[in-house]
Design a protein around this ligand. Structure first.
Ligand code: SAM
Length: 247
Protein backbone atom coordinates (compact mmCIF):
# COMPACT_ATOMS: atom_id res chain seq x y z
CA UNK A 1 0.00 0.00 0.00
CA UNK A 2 1.41 3.45 -0.80
CA UNK A 3 1.97 5.93 2.03
CA UNK A 4 -0.87 8.08 0.62
CA UNK A 5 -3.29 5.13 0.75
CA UNK A 6 -2.84 4.74 4.53
CA UNK A 7 -5.71 6.53 6.30
CA UNK A 8 -4.08 8.48 9.07
CA UNK A 9 -6.42 8.83 12.03
CA UNK A 10 -3.70 9.36 14.61
CA UNK A 11 -3.33 12.28 16.94
CA UNK A 12 -0.93 15.20 16.85
CA UNK A 13 -0.52 16.66 20.33
CA UNK A 14 1.08 20.01 21.04
CA UNK A 15 2.60 19.67 24.50
CA UNK A 16 3.47 22.81 26.48
CA UNK A 17 6.68 22.19 28.40
CA UNK A 18 6.91 25.47 30.32
CA UNK A 19 9.34 28.37 30.06
CA UNK A 20 12.63 26.55 30.64
CA UNK A 21 12.90 25.13 34.15
CA UNK A 22 12.18 21.37 33.90
CA UNK A 23 10.31 21.61 37.23
CA UNK A 24 7.59 23.65 35.52
CA UNK A 25 6.11 20.82 33.49
CA UNK A 26 2.74 19.24 34.21
CA UNK A 27 2.17 15.57 35.03
CA UNK A 28 -0.08 15.33 31.97
CA UNK A 29 2.66 16.71 29.74
CA UNK A 30 5.14 14.12 31.01
CA UNK A 31 2.63 11.27 30.56
CA UNK A 32 1.80 12.41 27.04
CA UNK A 33 5.48 12.62 26.10
CA UNK A 34 6.19 9.20 27.62
CA UNK A 35 3.35 7.51 25.73
CA UNK A 36 3.83 9.18 22.34
CA UNK A 37 5.10 7.07 19.45
CA UNK A 38 7.28 9.98 18.39
CA UNK A 39 8.19 13.19 20.26
CA UNK A 40 9.31 16.04 18.03
CA UNK A 41 11.41 18.82 19.47
CA UNK A 42 12.02 21.98 17.43
CA UNK A 43 15.54 23.04 16.54
CA UNK A 44 16.26 26.40 14.97
CA UNK A 45 18.36 26.23 11.83
CA UNK A 46 21.78 27.63 12.62
CA UNK A 47 21.53 27.02 16.37
CA UNK A 48 23.08 23.95 18.01
CA UNK A 49 20.72 21.47 19.69
CA UNK A 50 19.45 20.92 22.27
CA UNK A 51 16.95 23.75 22.16
CA UNK A 52 14.98 24.70 25.27
CA UNK A 53 12.06 22.38 24.59
CA UNK A 54 14.40 19.45 24.02
CA UNK A 55 16.36 20.10 27.22
CA UNK A 56 13.10 20.08 29.20
CA UNK A 57 11.79 16.97 27.44
CA UNK A 58 15.04 15.07 28.07
CA UNK A 59 14.83 15.92 31.78
CA UNK A 60 11.64 13.83 31.95
CA UNK A 61 11.64 11.30 29.12
CA UNK A 62 14.09 8.44 28.83
CA UNK A 63 12.80 6.70 25.68
CA UNK A 64 14.62 7.07 22.38
CA UNK A 65 11.66 8.24 20.33
CA UNK A 66 12.70 11.92 20.38
CA UNK A 67 13.31 13.43 16.95
CA UNK A 68 14.47 16.86 15.80
CA UNK A 69 12.39 18.95 13.45
CA UNK A 70 14.20 21.95 12.00
CA UNK A 71 12.61 25.40 11.68
CA UNK A 72 14.02 28.33 9.74
CA UNK A 73 13.47 31.37 11.94
CA UNK A 74 15.32 33.95 9.86
CA UNK A 75 13.79 35.53 6.75
CA UNK A 76 10.50 33.92 5.72
CA UNK A 77 9.56 31.24 8.26
CA UNK A 78 9.12 27.84 6.62
CA UNK A 79 6.43 25.59 8.10
CA UNK A 80 5.93 23.37 5.06
CA UNK A 81 9.12 21.33 5.48
CA UNK A 82 8.50 20.65 9.22
CA UNK A 83 4.85 19.77 8.41
CA UNK A 84 6.01 17.15 5.89
CA UNK A 85 8.39 15.67 8.50
CA UNK A 86 5.65 15.47 11.16
CA UNK A 87 3.13 14.09 8.65
CA UNK A 88 5.55 11.33 7.72
CA UNK A 89 5.76 10.27 11.38
CA UNK A 90 1.94 10.23 11.60
CA UNK A 91 1.84 8.01 8.51
CA UNK A 92 4.28 5.64 10.22
CA UNK A 93 1.89 5.49 13.22
CA UNK A 94 -1.54 5.85 11.56
CA UNK A 95 -3.52 5.24 14.76
CA UNK A 96 -0.92 6.37 17.29
CA UNK A 97 0.12 9.70 18.72
CA UNK A 98 2.85 12.09 17.73
CA UNK A 99 3.81 14.82 20.20
CA UNK A 100 5.36 18.19 19.46
CA UNK A 101 6.99 19.85 22.47
CA UNK A 102 6.75 23.62 22.59
CA UNK A 103 7.87 26.15 25.18
CA UNK A 104 5.28 27.73 27.43
CA UNK A 105 1.72 27.01 26.34
CA UNK A 106 0.93 25.58 22.88
CA UNK A 107 -2.05 27.91 22.40
CA UNK A 108 -0.25 31.20 22.97
CA UNK A 109 2.08 32.53 20.25
CA UNK A 110 3.32 29.04 19.55
CA UNK A 111 4.90 27.49 16.47
CA UNK A 112 2.54 24.60 17.08
CA UNK A 113 -0.55 26.44 15.83
CA UNK A 114 0.77 26.99 12.30
CA UNK A 115 2.51 23.63 12.21
CA UNK A 116 -0.73 21.82 13.17
CA UNK A 117 -2.70 23.72 10.49
CA UNK A 118 -0.18 22.68 7.82
CA UNK A 119 -0.24 19.06 9.00
CA UNK A 120 -4.04 19.03 8.90
CA UNK A 121 -3.93 20.32 5.34
CA UNK A 122 -1.80 17.28 4.44
CA UNK A 123 -3.70 14.77 6.63
CA UNK A 124 -7.29 15.99 7.12
CA UNK A 125 -8.32 13.10 9.41
CA UNK A 126 -5.66 13.72 12.00
CA UNK A 127 -6.91 14.77 15.44
CA UNK A 128 -5.21 17.82 16.90
CA UNK A 129 -4.95 18.13 20.69
CA UNK A 130 -2.97 20.25 23.11
CA UNK A 131 -1.66 19.89 26.65
CA UNK A 132 -1.43 23.26 28.42
CA UNK A 133 1.89 24.53 29.66
CA UNK A 134 3.04 27.10 32.18
CA UNK A 135 3.78 30.38 30.46
CA UNK A 136 6.78 32.65 30.92
CA UNK A 137 4.51 35.40 32.24
CA UNK A 138 3.26 33.08 34.99
CA UNK A 139 6.80 32.06 35.88
CA UNK A 140 7.90 35.71 36.03
CA UNK A 141 4.87 36.66 38.15
CA UNK A 142 5.64 33.90 40.64
CA UNK A 143 9.37 34.54 40.75
CA UNK A 144 8.99 38.30 41.25
CA UNK A 145 6.08 38.18 43.72
CA UNK A 146 3.77 39.94 41.27
CA UNK A 147 0.01 39.45 41.61
CA UNK A 148 -1.27 39.64 38.04
CA UNK A 149 -4.90 40.46 38.82
CA UNK A 150 -7.44 40.65 41.61
CA UNK A 151 -11.12 41.57 41.67
CA UNK A 152 -12.08 43.60 38.61
CA UNK A 153 -8.57 44.34 37.37
CA UNK A 154 -7.95 43.65 33.69
CA UNK A 155 -4.94 41.96 32.09
CA UNK A 156 -3.62 42.50 28.55
CA UNK A 157 -0.97 40.36 26.88
CA UNK A 158 0.56 41.64 23.68
CA UNK A 159 3.56 41.05 21.47
CA UNK A 160 5.70 44.10 20.83
CA UNK A 161 5.86 42.92 17.23
CA UNK A 162 2.32 44.40 17.04
CA UNK A 163 3.93 47.82 17.46
CA UNK A 164 4.62 50.18 20.31
CA UNK A 165 1.37 52.13 19.75
CA UNK A 166 -0.69 49.04 20.57
CA UNK A 167 1.40 48.64 23.72
CA UNK A 168 0.86 52.29 24.68
CA UNK A 169 -2.92 51.89 24.27
CA UNK A 170 -2.89 48.75 26.39
CA UNK A 171 -1.00 50.58 29.15
CA UNK A 172 -3.63 53.33 29.06
CA UNK A 173 -6.54 50.88 29.12
CA UNK A 174 -5.52 47.99 31.38
CA UNK A 175 -4.44 47.45 34.96
CA UNK A 176 -1.85 44.82 34.14
CA UNK A 177 0.00 44.75 30.82
CA UNK A 178 2.36 41.98 29.77
CA UNK A 179 4.83 42.54 26.93
CA UNK A 180 6.04 39.51 24.99
CA UNK A 181 8.52 39.47 22.11
CA UNK A 182 9.74 42.84 23.33
CA UNK A 183 13.51 42.33 23.62
CA UNK A 184 14.40 44.49 20.65
CA UNK A 185 11.82 47.12 21.59
CA UNK A 186 12.77 47.20 25.28
CA UNK A 187 13.87 50.90 25.23
CA UNK A 188 10.45 51.89 23.78
CA UNK A 189 8.65 49.72 26.34
CA UNK A 190 10.51 51.52 29.14
CA UNK A 191 9.74 54.92 27.58
CA UNK A 192 6.00 54.13 27.46
CA UNK A 193 5.98 52.97 31.08
CA UNK A 194 7.98 56.00 32.23
CA UNK A 195 5.64 58.38 30.39
CA UNK A 196 2.64 56.71 32.07
CA UNK A 197 4.45 56.89 35.42
CA UNK A 198 4.18 53.10 35.65
CA UNK A 199 7.88 52.29 35.71
CA UNK A 200 8.34 52.89 39.38
CA UNK A 201 6.02 55.77 39.88
CA UNK A 202 2.75 56.79 41.39
CA UNK A 203 0.71 54.92 38.75
CA UNK A 204 2.35 51.56 39.00
CA UNK A 205 5.42 49.44 38.88
CA UNK A 206 7.01 47.00 36.43
CA UNK A 207 9.20 43.90 36.50
CA UNK A 208 11.49 42.57 33.79
CA UNK A 209 12.37 38.92 33.26
CA UNK A 210 14.75 37.56 30.64
CA UNK A 211 15.43 33.85 30.05
CA UNK A 212 13.63 32.84 33.24
CA UNK A 213 14.51 29.34 34.39
CA UNK A 214 17.68 29.29 32.29
CA UNK A 215 21.28 29.80 33.45
CA UNK A 216 21.39 33.33 31.98
CA UNK A 217 18.19 34.39 33.79
CA UNK A 218 17.82 38.09 34.63
CA UNK A 219 14.87 39.20 36.82
CA UNK A 220 14.71 42.73 38.23
CA UNK A 221 12.55 45.84 38.56
CA UNK A 222 12.20 47.31 35.07
CA UNK A 223 13.11 50.72 36.51
CA UNK A 224 16.65 49.42 37.15
CA UNK A 225 17.29 48.60 33.49
CA UNK A 226 19.47 50.84 31.29
CA UNK A 227 16.98 52.81 29.19
CA UNK A 228 18.85 52.50 25.89
CA UNK A 229 19.71 48.79 25.61
CA UNK A 230 17.63 46.05 23.96
CA UNK A 231 17.04 42.78 25.76
CA UNK A 232 17.24 39.22 24.43
CA UNK A 233 14.38 37.65 22.47
CA UNK A 234 13.26 35.85 25.63
CA UNK A 235 12.25 39.05 27.45
CA UNK A 236 9.00 39.63 29.30
CA UNK A 237 7.84 42.81 31.05
CA UNK A 238 4.90 42.87 33.46
CA UNK A 239 3.49 46.26 34.36
CA UNK A 240 0.88 46.58 37.10
CA UNK A 241 -1.09 49.66 38.05
CA UNK A 242 -1.14 48.49 41.64
CA UNK A 243 2.03 49.39 43.52
CA UNK A 244 1.59 46.99 46.40
CA UNK A 245 0.46 43.50 47.28
CA UNK A 246 -3.36 43.68 47.28
CA UNK A 247 -4.98 44.19 50.67
C1 SAM B 1 6.91 32.90 20.59
S1 SAM B 1 6.51 33.48 22.21
C2 SAM B 1 6.24 31.96 23.03
C3 SAM B 1 5.29 32.07 24.14
C4 SAM B 1 5.05 30.77 24.83
N1 SAM B 1 4.22 29.90 24.00
C5 SAM B 1 4.34 30.97 26.18
O1 SAM B 1 3.27 30.41 26.35
O2 SAM B 1 4.90 31.64 27.07
C6 SAM B 1 8.09 33.94 22.79
C7 SAM B 1 8.02 35.00 23.86
O3 SAM B 1 7.65 34.40 25.10
C8 SAM B 1 8.34 35.04 26.16
N2 SAM B 1 9.18 34.03 26.83
C9 SAM B 1 9.17 32.70 26.57
N3 SAM B 1 10.02 32.06 27.41
C10 SAM B 1 10.57 33.01 28.20
C11 SAM B 1 11.51 32.97 29.28
N4 SAM B 1 12.07 31.82 29.69
N5 SAM B 1 11.84 34.14 29.90
C12 SAM B 1 11.27 35.30 29.51
N6 SAM B 1 10.38 35.39 28.51
C13 SAM B 1 10.03 34.26 27.85
C14 SAM B 1 9.18 36.16 25.55
O4 SAM B 1 8.43 37.35 25.58
C15 SAM B 1 9.37 35.66 24.13
O5 SAM B 1 9.61 36.74 23.24
Amino acid sequence: MSAEAVRVRGCLVGVGVGPGDPDLVTVRAVRTLERADVVFVPVSEGLPPPGRAEATVRAHVTHDRIRHVAFRMTGDADYDTPAVTVSQALREHPTGSVAFATIGDPNVYSTFTTLAARVRALLPEVTIETVPGIMAMQDLAARSGTVLAVGTETVALLPLTAGVDAYRRAVADHDTVIAYKGGRALPQVLDVLAAADRLDGTHGTAVYGACTGLPEEDIRPAGELPRDRPGPYLSTVISTRRRQWPA
